[in-house]
Write a protein that binds this ligand. Sequence first.
Ligand SMILES: [Zn+2]
Length: 547
Amino acid sequence: MAKKAFAFVSCFCLLFCVFPVEAGGEDDAILGIRPEALRAHVRFLADDLLEGRGTATRGHDIASKYVASQFEAMGLEPGNAGSFFQPIRFRSAEIVAEQTELKLLRGGSAEPLVWGEDFICEPDSLRTALALTGRVVFVGYGIAAPDLGIDDYQGLDVRGKVVAVLPGAPAKLLSADRDRFSSGLAPQDAAKGRGAIGGIALWTPEADKTIIPFARLAENYREPSMAWLDDDGVPNGDIPWAPPILAILSESGTKKLLAGAELSKDPAQTIPNGDSLRAELPVSVSIRSVSKHTESTSQNVVAILRGSDPKLRNEYVVYTAHLDHLGIGKPVNGDAIYNGAIDDAAGVAAVIEIARAFQSMKHKPRRSIIFIATTGEEKGLLGSDYYARHPTVPQSQIVADINIDSIGLLYDFRDVVVFGSEHSSLGTVVDRIAARMGLEVSPDDHPERPFFYLSDQYSFVRIGVPSIFPVFGNKPVDPKVDGAKLRRERAQRYHQPNDDMSQPMDFEAGAKNSRFDFLLGYTVAQDENRPVWKDGDFFGKTFGKGK
Ligand SMILES: [Zn+2]
């Protein structure tokens, strides 16, 4: 691996010889991003003493002081009115399963479903108790997109009723369109606009396989959910997967719901051509859910590096990485600390070293750069959402977010995947930097897992800011390295206590990944024009200026 790093360095040396490069420029700066510095940050942040950095825990507080100290030591400006911290009030809501029930009402009789086996309910941060009854209408994926000729509501009246939807999006939609529907926004908006009083999601075998197994979902929903509170104490009700999805039915729950209806056993199978199978079902649901509320505080860490161009320095390129992880949880092999070394101590380490690289430059970038170690990401992108809606600089002057959620630590890679790059002019920047570093840009080969809305960049997308989430690709530089095997092993550590320092990590590759991320932000900061959404892009149209 050391040899690879040498090859990388010497390729840049070659560049210096051919094109004289001014000292103190970006090529010098990226060499300051050192693997051992990344490793040291990860080692500290993923230590058991920090207890998994759960949002609003002591471990997370210590981690946030560590990051602020790093920013202060390198001479960055505090990012929030003289402070490196942006405190946020949170409400936790925990479902009281014993008092929560879901019944199917049919022909005068009531069939109760079993919590955890047949159904689960999301904790409700708005209300401590919620009860409603409604006739069920199965609307497939619940998509209404006239531009694509899809209207799952056609011929159905959902007013005052509960819609039953499939999670995600049908396979026939292309990746870009799936991004838009899998965000959860489209079905909910469509259902609300049509007067539905709530929704239930039907967790199909397909969703079990491609999104998350129902059993794990049920475990997750036993955990408290969190919402940030505004100055009036109102929780952010605007998270994409919040109610009106009231309950999620497992395969067994779905079977009970569909008993007697003219739908096939797997409702997902009915969708591609089965328009006639969307239907009002001969059943009503009665849902009563009870949630317990508590309050806490946690903070984003924010630092600013002032740009050098008198005109452009009032515009800001944002880097985000989430400092929180899952905290202490269910023990696995006797280990209850979910250290989150790769997810996302590594991303925070990258942001710290990227900040140092910017700070080391003799000629600072033209635009200003904001570095944020967010809180509450694992709780639903909460810290980034709070920042996006309460930014410490004028919101309209944020030009891009580059989100780093894990870096390439598995192997030296020769390609990158950049979620979101197809939606805006940031894609051009990605292509330029990849070419400059001799990297290929690979397409997202898991369109069924819409990462574009699953990490902090999506909070910025939702305020109209073109954003990207770059990750390393599937192609190892060394053909002898079995990348697929390493990625499978990594997947088994994802959100488990053994995402810790015991796993093999190639920090040379991590440094290369961080240098790529640095050059993306630097290029955006230097460009005369700020990034723009592509013409007609769904996210640009929905959230951007043109909306
Ligand atoms: Zn993460």
